[in-house]
Write a protein that binds this ligand. Structure first.
Ligand SMILES: C[S@@+](CC[C@H](N)C(=O)[O-])C[C@H]1O[C@@H](n2cnc3c(N)ncnc32)[C@H](O)[C@@H]1O
Length: 179
């Protein structure tokens, strides 16, 4: 399993960016997203709406105590990667993360919000930077997941599918086989 933890969601400020973290996670191979901060039904519903239409089993879940959550994941044997501009260049560690995944170990990728408590830097197995410049949780997550997993091609039980085309928008409804 590869899961994402998005820290410190704020309403209304982070509504779009947190949604984009979830959609990037889904498109680039993560299994689901946990988020802390303010519980937001609207955010959960917009992600679930995309999953409902475009398929896959991506989950979105709220976690009230994010540090406790990460400590528990560690106790359960999960490998924790924290993305931060202050970390080590991710390109030096992608091979290590791939080996962890290939060994069957689960990975949780932590992305921050406005402020990340110092404990996350301590508890994480790796603090990785996608370049040491400030940019965004969405950008960092996309680049990192793309390197580790590539693009996800299969989305089970999709109701609609986009047919990529040079001009315009082609969206088809997927016919379901009846039993
Ligand atoms: C608005 S940024 C805050 C920047 C923050 N001071 C930091 O530690 O990267 C919010 C989140 O984006 C991610 N982020 C921003 N720039 C990054 C970078 N160059 N490499 C990795 N992650 C980055 C981090 O997860 C960060 O917590």
């Amino acid at each position: 399993m590869i899961e994402v933890l998005r820290l410190g969601h704020r309403i209304p400020r982070d509504e779009r960016i947190s949604t984009h973290c979830a959609l990037v996670g889904r498109a680039f191979g993560a299994d689901g997203l946990w988020y802390s901060g303010m519980k937001d039904k609207g955010f959960e519903n917009s992600v679930s709406g995309v999953v409902d239409d475009f398929g896959g089993e991506f989950f979105i879940e709220y976690v009230s105590d994010d540090l406790k959550f990460v400590k528990k994941k560690k106790e359960e044997g999960w490998f924790v990667v924290h993305l931060t501009m202050y970390g080590v260049g991710f390109e030096k560690k992608v091979g290590e993360v791939k080996k962890v995944i290939d060994s069957g170990r689960d990975v949780v990728i932590v992305v921050g919000g406005e402020k990340v408590e110092p404990e996350f830097y301590e508890i994480s197995d790796l603090n990785l930077a996608v370049g040491n410049q400030p940019h965004s949780e969405v950008g960092a997550l996309a680049v990192f997941l793309y390197e580790v997993c590539g693009l996800r091609k299969e989305f089970k039980d999709a109701k609609v599918r986009v047919v990529g085309s040079e001009r315009g928008k082609r969206v088809v409804r997927v016919e379901r086989m009846r039993d």
